[in-house]
Ligand binder design. Structure first.
Ligand SMILES: C[S@@+](CC[C@H](N)C(=O)[O-])C[C@H]1O[C@@H](n2cnc3c(N)ncnc32)[C@H](O)[C@@H]1O
Length: 248
């Protein structure tokens, strides 16, 4: 292990200790991949498969992002009348970056510092490949769900607030569901943004999580509707897009 790198994982047996540094698990051999959603083609850096023990799920593009991006690319009228969005759990950024083709400003967020590095690189890559006159503001910010200080910092930098909240395949751990809805609720309650909605691409992997997402949304005073025609098979799983708003 490098001297400058503190041991991150210490596995103890009775008479043995193994110290492994973070870099032991980290795979950052990203490859440029091309994604096509309707008539939109995006090139992004990502991994093709998960390969670590750390919370680096965001290094690859998930089925929920494909579901949401294909839906939005083919039904872009859904985004008409909206100009700003914040994405939660952006990973490599494929959803927020696609949405920047339809909106004026998109803020992509994630809590993982390694994921934020590749997210920022993908934003640069996208900006360098787009027509400079399209002038959409794209940025990346650190945001841990449930962390109001981080969210308030973002809202201070963007005092006009956000018209849309986006999320693709962000329900993996049950423990993250309540703080995620805390953040969503705070965003839906922004002053002057009564029309703000949370567009969530949900991929079903456990019945318990299916029920928990709906229960937590309702428990947070939100209404949750399935977007007509959005339910479909994706990567041998069932996906659906939910439209989530404050209860009237
Ligand atoms: C399964 S990946 C989905 C990534 C991307 N949306 C996609 O569909 O390709 C979940 C993402 O949420 C992020 N994430 C997980 N827990 C989080 C939390 N508590 N706060 C903020 N982001 C989180 C992860 O770092 C990861 O990028």
């Amino acid at each position: 292990m490098l001297e400058s790198e503190p041991p991150l994982v210490v596995e103890s047996d009775d008479d043995d200790t193994v110290c492994l540094g973070e870099s032991f698990f980290l795979n950052d051999s990203y490859e440029l991949a091309t994604f096509t959603f309707g008539s939109h083609v995006l090139q992004l850096l990502c991994l093709q498969s998960a390969s670590t023990d750390f919370d680096l799920t965001g290094q690859l593009v998930w089925p929920g992002a494909r579901l949401l991006n294909e839906y939005l690319a083919n039904n872009s009228e859904l985004l008409q009348g909206y100009s700003t969005a914040i994405e939660l759990g952006s990973g490599v950024g494929v959803t927020g970056i696609l949405c920047s083709r339809f909106l004026r400003e998109v803020v992509l967020t994630d809590h993982n510092d390694e994921v934020l590095k590749i997210l920022k690189k993908n934003i640069e890559l996208h900006e360098s490949s787009e027509n400079p006159s399209s002038c959409v503001a794209l940025s990346a910010e650190k945001l841990e769900w449930g962390n109001s200080d981080q969210l308030n910092n973002i809202l201070q930098k963007h005092p006009e607030g956000f018209d849309l909240v986006l999320g693709a395949d962000i329900y993996i751990l049950q423990i993250s569901v309540p703080p995620l809805f805390d953040t969503v609720k705070q965003l839906l309650c922004q002053q002057g943004k009564e029309r703000c909605r949370f567009i969530l691409a949900y991929v079903s992997r456990s019945k318990m999580m299916d029920a928990m997402v709906i229960k937590e949304a309702i428990g947070h005073g939100l209404q949750i509707h399935e977007v007509d025609g959005s339910r479909r098979a994706i990567s041998n799983l069932e996906g659906v897009i939910y439209d989530i708003t404050l209860q009237l």
